[in-house]
Every structure is written in structure tokens, then in C-alpha cells.
Design a protein around this ligand. Sequence first.
Ligand SMILES: [Ca+2]
Ligand SMILES: [Ca+2]
Ligand SMILES: [Zn+2]
Ligand SMILES: [Zn+2]
Length: 619
Amino acid sequence: MLTFTQLIILLFWTSIGSADAEKLFHNRDHSDVQALSSHQAEVITDTYTAEVYLSRYGFMKPVNWEEIQFEDPHTNFNDDFVDELQATIREGNSVPRSRDTPQDGDRDEHTTQTESEAFVSALTEFQKVSGLPVTGVFDEATKLAMNKPRCGVPDMEIDLNTPAAAASDILSSPTSDSFNETGSNSTSEAVRRRKRHLAALVSKRRRKRDVGETGYMAFSKKVLRWRLIGEGYSSQLSVEEQRFIFRQAFRMWSEVSPLEFVEDTRSPLEDVDIRLGFGTGRHLGCNQRFDGTGQEFAHAWFLGDIHFDDDEHFTGPNAGSGISLLKVAVHEIGHVLGLPHIYRPGSIMQPSYLPHESGFEMDWMDRKAVQHLYGGCKGRFNTVFDWIRKEKTPYGEVAIRFNTYFVRDGWYWLYENRNNRTRYGDPVALQAGWRGIPVDGVDAHVHVWSRRRDAVYFFKGTQFWRYDGENDVVFRQDPEGRRYPRLISKGFPGVSSPIDTAFYDRRDSHIYFFKNTLVYAFDVEANSLARGFPKNIRDVFPAVASGDHPDGNIDAAYFSYTHNAVFLLKGARFWQVVGSRDRWRRPSLPRNGLLPHKEVHRHWFDICNVHPTALKLTR
Ligand SMILES: [Ca+2]
Ligand SMILES: [Ca+2]
Ligand SMILES: [Zn+2]
Ligand SMILES: [Zn+2]
């Protein structure tokens, strides 16, 4: 039997215990103490809720919140309402209070003619961009579309001088390309206006606004820090899973842009560029509240933070159900980087959530859109080559195939010439592709390939290696009994090492070595330098346009089977060597002349660095 004192102590401890538990329970988010009747998003059922939706996502002027709130006697003037109003004022969306306040009855009957016209044109615009039958009527298809999961960032800028329906933008058209070089002024003006709208979403406290390379609002630095904030973990996936998914999402953007992303769990929060967090209802000190299960799943702030609605059922990439956190994160990061919604099938920037098809990737338009803001991926390469392999066909014949590789330091990209982009998920560590060659990169790759010979070499410093394609590893000792690595001076007498680069020319069975301003043509059959070599690079490869020449110290000499041409690369530029076809068309061209330079990133797209910390991801 407990004494009275014991009972008091027990009660005391119990109450302390439960208070602690409560504190822990509410640690993440205080929205669950709010007297919300349900965590379900309000279903859009009638023209009134549709109007709220259309104004919320920027298709029409904001609904006059004051009137709606005042005319309902049951509305509590709670803090949320005041917050909402403040949010509206801060974003510049507030409209003057209308004098003809409806007194009773159906709201629609009391809207003025202009208001209902605005509703119809907003509805029409929504139907157009959503790929629905354009009826101008709130029909079943529209209702269904509005109740689907979507991003919380408005689709349309809210320009009080322009009716929403007239706010046409080439981005709204599913087939247009607004990012080509010859984009019209009206297009760029429309894009600029949309940028301004996105910029208006930025909280006044944020400082990191800047003008990007192309004059648009964008991050001015190339390496951005992000963090999943501790008070904003999701209750649905493990923290490790969440961080892994975000790392992957950021990596996908860095694979197609010059940006690199680093997870930063240490710096003061204000030094972190992009902060991510989950919350429900009123959350994380944000002035936009989440709507419960359904509809809005996340929102993002231009050059700022990303919030995910934890009332949604977020799942990992291959769950096959729920909402893929990876897909949503990639979309929201797109907004943070400055991208608006893009209405093109396949684009990750479509406002509505589409189920995660396995292995979804960045659409061509998404790549061009982010590169429009941040420029293409530029940088020098150590070597570029086509790798030949022989494959047995199902009919027992031997087919010869090749792949193109770009190598930078210890990483390589496989370039898909037919798709004009790199393979998804690249770059990959060099050692994963070729076993036994120097892990920090090579100076050159040479494939000696004639009737009598078939040998692949990698060069680095004063040494070279021969590669055993059959066993996919460098030879320790080749079939001729030579041991590797060998000295270049031993294997290729007369060639001065280290070299800048080299390539094998099948037309004359010579290896062309490059070092500073000199070219060494090496006769493979004679195992000696060709007569008269070394020669000056300007004499062997004369400029077609005077003065337009790399002048030596080139990074890579690349024979491309796709283009049937040799390219000399240096820095971000390349020079194409005049071939026999060019000379047949223009006999005045010098033999081996260098055509005027071009930019590497305009010819071979999306060869983009990924921050080394993100490269440790298991593939
Ligand atoms: Ca929601
Ligand atoms: Ca090189
Ligand atoms: Zn969005
Ligand atoms: Zn938020």
C-alpha cells in the first residue's frame, strides 16, 4: 500500500515523465497541437475552392481573403489568419478591399462580371498548361487535376496589370524551346518576368541574391552547401535514407550543370545555402502552411530553403507507391536554383506529381533550363578517346563497337554520341573503368590498330602501360614478354617525355605525340620517329584562319569514329583537323589544317563535374 507521500511523489514523477514525452513528441513541429479537425487537404469540389486554388498557384489575382474571412461569422481571427494576411502583404499580392461585400447566398452570384471572366480565363489557362480539354468550365477532368498532388510554388506570375490568361509564355507550351540562341525578345521578357516573380518569393531576410552568368537571378557561386535540418526530419524514412535521397537529388543537378553541392552538417545554419526540412501544417517558422494529406507536397524558396509536407506519404526511389521523395526533391531543388515550372512531358519541373518511373532522369529541357541560368559545363580534359571492343553477335560474327570517353583527373564520362549527352550517373572513378592504370588520371590513350597490330596503351609521366582488353586489366607482361609500366623513352625511342597527349593515325600508321610546341610522329612499323620529326605543331597542323591556333601544350588529341575526324583540345576549346572530305569540298584547305576553334561544351554536352563528396555514392 502506498503512503500518501509516495503517491504524491509517484504522481509528480508521472507528470514530469509525461511532460518530457510531450516535449520530445513536439520537438520537430508544433502543428500537431493545433486544433485541426483533420490532416487532410481541403478537397476542391466547387468553383469557390477552385478559385482559391487558381489564385494560390498564380493563375488569377488573389481571392479577396478579407471578404471571405469577414463574411463568415464562425471564422476565428486566430494567429494563422493574421499570418496568412501578412504573407499575402509581404509578397505584394494583396488587392484593395472590394466595397461591394457580398451579404449572403452563393458567392458566385455576387462576383462581378469581370471577376467571373477572370475565373474563366484562369481556368482556361490552367486547363491549357495541364494538358486538359480546354472547356473554360469547372468540369470533372479539371476537378480531378486540381486534387492531384502538386508543388506549392505558383505556376504563373501574378501581374496585376496583365490578365492571367494573357500571360502567355513559351515555357507553357509543351513543345517549344525557349532556350535556343535565337530566342525572341518577348520570350526572354516573359522569362525575366517569371524570374521576378520567383524572386518575389524570397524572404526579405535572405541575402544571397545575385545575378548569374546570363544576367538572371541565380546563385553566383558554383559550390553550394545544403543541410537537412535537425528539427525538420521526416517521420517516415530514416534520417540516413532522407540524406541519401537528397544527396542523390543534388547530384542529379550537378551532373547537368556547372554547380556542385556539398552536404554541410557543421557550419552555422546561416552559412548553409539550401536548408531542407519536413513539417506539417504550420511548420519550421515558414509563412506558408501545409494543407494536410494530398495536394501540395512541398514548396521551395528561390535561392533558399525547401519544405516538404510530412503529411504526404514519402517513399524511397524504388518503392513503387507513395510520393517519391527523390523526384520531389529534384523538382524543388530546381526551383531553388531559379527554374520555374516547365510544361513539357518528361520535364522534372512539371508542377503536378507524376508517379516515379524507375530510373527517371533529367529531361533535355531541364538540362537546357539550368544551363541557361548557370552556363554550360566547361573544363579541360586529360584525354579523350574512343574505346574499341569486339563483341560476338548472336549469329557468331564479330561486331566492332566503340564508346567515347572523356577523362578528367581520376574521373571519366562515357559520352553517348547518339543522344548528345553523357551517360546517366557519370562521372565514374577511372579505376572502376580500367584496372591498373594510374588512379589520378593519364596523359594520353593510344590504340595502335592495323592489320598486324592491335594494342592499347595508356601514358602517364615518363611511363606507359599496355592494356589487356580480354582480362580488363593492365598487362604486367604482354604476349611479347615486355614488362609494364615501361619507360616511354624505351618503348618509343626519340619521343621526349612526359608528353601532353598522343593519338594513333590509322591512315599512315603513325602515333602522333605532342609535347609543348612539338609534334613527334612515330612510325610504328619502323619503331622510330618519322623522318624530319619532331616538328613545330604549327607546321604539322597549320592554322586555317591565321592566328586561330592552340600554339602547343594541348590537352588531348582525339580521333572520333562518330565524326571521322581528329580534334585537338586545349582548355575549353577545340580545333578540328581538316580531313580528306573537307579538302575534297574545299581544295584550298591545307592538309591537316586546324579549322577555327569552337567551344567544347557546345559540341559535347553536359560533361559536368560532381563534387567529390557526392561521388562516393555507391552506384
Ligand atoms: Ca499536402
Ligand atoms: Ca593530356
Ligand atoms: Zn514546383
Ligand atoms: Zn514552408
